[in-house]
Design a binder for this molecule. Structure first.
Ligand code: AGP
Length: 608
């Protein structure tokens, strides 16, 4: 996902632009650049590779000016290169633009502009927007941008700078995040909060199809009908540390360690005197009774949360729950209607496939509840109901605290619905709430044994293949454990339903193959132990994760047992995932991988 910054004010623009881009590096990128205007001339510097390359270049030349825009690019159209990096300059040199998203009709527009005599330097869709604005420009950049975006199809967050009007910046939002930071005689544009936290904590979040006209001391926001919009200032209370590493070597470890606090923050306001509250959301008993099913739709780790939630919500409500990968859901013509509740899960609230699935579901008459971490994100804004995880900014590409807080909201939702439907008793409700309330402290306890996990990682960080096996919710957690290991350590791994191994995959088990087994479900414990014996007899090395009351049974067959505090069966995922997160982190650390920014990955996948 690309990163956008902009500055207009009394000070030099370059320092903020470069600092802001540094704070957005976590989004994943392959090139970066800035454009600054002074004396009505736009100076452009952009480089392929790490941001430091651009910073070094800027140091060598004088890029002065008090208005500018900057960008970190994650390539979609056109390979990573200096010329494809943003900002893009129009042929006249008057218009500079940075963009996050995809212009789906850029070929048509490009051909039109070529016919009008425009030459293109890059392979990008973004350059087409710069040239289109240039073509439409007749002395008023605000009007030219508004005219241009009417011709665009696709998704775009834009920041636009015009050399003939160096007293204003234009920001445009459609389907991709963009905020306006409000300073004292200076204002900022950014894709995300970390970029502006060092300057201001007061922001406007732009909604879809809004255009902001930004000057040194004023911000006006307009909808696509040109009507000025009122917007309350959002005060961002994330402290700078929250967006920094807080003393840890990596954001990922910081965020793993923040999970008790994040889970507590997420559940606290939803539990009151043994009652569950879904903020301002109220589902009537009749609405819930009329539901023919619940569909959970997400990507990656958020999808794995859905896989856990299926077991949890079906157990508590006896309503059928389907779980779909968003990129599959949106194209399989799903069978949903007004009696289907669709739950979309997304940390960023900007994942393109999940956002598209949400819109598909709404088109088909379903109500959509989203579980999102970023306030005011595109998915949140388009949902009928939103339950926010209060995990705070999650910077590491590999999600941990967002996953855990999403899980806790699924328990909250399941208990709420079960109570409304009468499928669980008041005593059950109280017991589940008690169990949930203990989770933050129990996670804290597990985190205290992180050094033991590091010792285990030392034994296995050179593994070539790893299998994660479990049953029921344990299998769903295995999926998350496998993804964590793959995405940050680059070791191939697979999650497998323990009972399914003997139907083929067990042929891959050989001497020394590492098998991580999760066995937390009382009623399935003995069956999972049998599966562990199957792989152990074929030479596998076993890391087991069970409740501490299973010590006597598991210690005989497990090479490296990990014990968890006891909780109710449906909430064990919140505990069993923690050792897997730590194991992946330490293995990746020992393999000297780029843990916070793994190769090929971005924090939020805002393209298909
Ligand atoms: C998980 O560690 C990955 N970063 C990835 O699978 C992620 O969960 C997925 O892209 C969904 O992102 P979202 O939650 O922001 O929608």
């Amino acid at each position: 996902m690309c990163g956008i910054v902009g500055y207009i004010g009394k000070n030099q623009a370059a320092p903020f632009l470069l600092h802001g881009l540094e704070k957005l590096e976590y989004r994943g990128y392959d090139s970066s650049g800035i454009a600054i205007c002074s004396d009505n001339k736009i100076k452009l510097e952009k480089k392929k590779g790490r941001l430091q390359i651009l910073c070094d270049k800027i140091k060598d030349i004088n890029v002065s000016g008090t208005i500018g825009i900057g960008h970190t690019r994650w390539a979609t159209h056109g390979k990573p290169s200096d010329v494809n990096a943003h900002p893009h300059l129009s042929q006249s040199g008057k218009i500079a633009i940075v963009h996050n998203g995809i212009i789906e009709n850029y070929i048509t527009l490009k051909n039109f502009l070529i016919d009008k005599g425009y030459n293109f330097l890059s392979d990008t869709d973004t350059e087409v927007v710069a040239q289109l604005i240039d073509y439409l420009y007749n002395g008023n950049i605000f009007d030219a941008v508004n005219e241009a975006i009417k011709k665009l199809e696709g998704s775009y967050a834009l920041a636009v700078l015009c050399g003939d009007e160096p007293d204003k910046l234009i920001a445009v939002k459609k389907d991709n995040p963009l905020i306006i930071g409000l300073g004292d005689n200076e204002n900022y544009i950014a894709s995300d909060v970390p970029a502006i936290l060092s300057r201001t904590r007061n922001i406007f979040r732009l909604n879809d199809n809004e255009v902001a006209l930004i000057t040194v001391n004023d911000v006006k926001i307009y909808n696509n009908n040109g009507e000025e919009q009122n917007r309350n200032v959002t005060h961002v209370d994330w402290d700078v540390d929250s967006a920094e590493k807080g003393g840890y070597e990596h954001f990922m470890l910081k965020e793993i360690m923040e999970q008790p606090k994040a889970i507590k923050a997420t559940i606290a306001s939803r539990i009151a005197e043994d009652k569950i509250r879904l903020d301002d959301i109220e589902f009537s008993k009749e609405y819930l009774q009329n539901l023919n099913k619940i569909c959970i739709v997400a990507c990656g780790s958020a999808y794995h949360v859905g896989c856990v939630a299926k077991y949890v919500i079906e157990k508590l409500t006896r309503k059928p729950v389907e779980v779909d990968i968003a990129s599959e859901f949106r194209y399989r013509n799903p069978i949903i209607d007004k009696n289907t509740l669709v739950i979309v899960v997304s940390q960023s609230g900007e994942t393109a496939d999940t956002f598209a699935a949400l819109k598909e579901a709404k088109k088909m008459g379903a109500k959509v509840l989203s579980i999102v971490n970023v306030v005011g994100s595109s998915i949140a804004n388009e949902s009928d109901y939103v339950l926010y995880t209060w995990a705070g900014p999650e910077v590491a590409v590999a999600t941990t605290k967002a996953y855990s807080t999403q899980l806790s909201l699924m328990y909250i939702l399941g208990i709420y619905m079960g109570e409304k439907l009468g499928t669980i008793s008041q005593e059950d409700v109280k017991n589940y709430i008690d169990s949930l309330s203990q989770i933050p402290q129990q996670v804290e306890e597990i985190l205290k044994s992180k050094d033991d996990i590091y010792e285990i990682a030392k034994k296995y960080y050179n593994s070539q293949n790893v299998f994660f096996i479990g049953r029921n919710v344990d299998y769903a957690v295995c999926m998350e454990g496998s993804l964590k290991l793959k995405e940050i350590s680059y070791i191939h791994s697979e999650a497998y339903a323990a009972g399914e191994l003997k139907h083929g995959t067990i042929s891959l088990i050989e001497d020394g193959t590492l098998v991580v087994s999760i066995a937390t479900q009382d009623n399935l414990f003995d069956k999972t132990v049998s599966n562990i014996r199957e792989v152990k007899s074929r030479g596998a090395s076993i890391i087991s994760i069970t409740a501490d009351n299973k010590k006597d049974k598991i210690s005989q067959i497990s090479d490296l047992p990990i014990y968890l505090p006891k909780t109710c069966d449906i909430m064990t995922p919140s505990l069993s995932v923690i050792p897997l997160q730590l194991l992946s982190y330490y293995i990746a650390l020992l393999r000297e991988c780029d843990i916070d920014k793994p190769r090929n990955l971005a924090k939020s996948v805002t393209v298909e």
